[in-house]
Ligand binder design. Structure first.
Ligand code: DQA
Length: 142
């Protein structure tokens, strides 16, 4: 199974960004862990990070025919981007939303997700493990 892994704004700074919240693992290390787990699960992944909403949408559109699933941490765009909502709907890929932190116990504006109603599952609050659990979910439900 081919899976796209999309990381939204500011996730390029993982490892140095508020490590008490987001941990010390860098984005490169996270992607390497995902690639290793994907291989164990018999999956292939393509990872992409951007700070720009349109770039994330361009990547999703460009890769839509290769992929059979989407693992998405849209960062703050999770809470605001109807364009990203529309893009996920448009490509029609099974989508799993992931967050390193538990967004439901943080500021009120983080409680809402534009992916509500169109994603298959959410894994949050477990750091890197949120992504790994999301990948396993796609492997078993994709
Ligand atoms: C995040 C949570 C978002 O609210 C925040 O804007 C992020 C990261 C997480 O992984 O916990 O950038 O998606």
């Amino acid at each position: 199974m081919n899976v796209l892994v999309l990381h939204g704004p500011n996730l390029n700074l993982l490892g140095e960004r508020e490590p008490h919240l987001y941990g010390r693992t860098t984005l490169a290390e996270l992607d390497a862990q995902l690639a290793a787990r994907a291989a164990e699960l018999g999956m292939a992944i393509r990872c992409y990070q951007s700070n720009h909403e349109g770039s994330l949408i361009d990547f999703l559109q460009a890769e839509r025919r290769w992929a059979r699933g989407l693992l998405l941490n849209a960062g703050a765009l999770t809470h605001t981007s109807w364009a990203l909502h529309d893009a996920v709907r448009a490509v029609g890929l099974p989508c799993v939303e992931v967050h390193l932190t538990d967004v439901q116990t943080r500021e009120a504006w983080r409680h809402f997700s534009v992916l509500e109603g169109i994603r298959q599952a959410v894994f949050s609050g477990k750091g890197v493990e949120s992504y790994l659990e999301g990948l396993a979910f796609l492997a078993s439900h994709g």
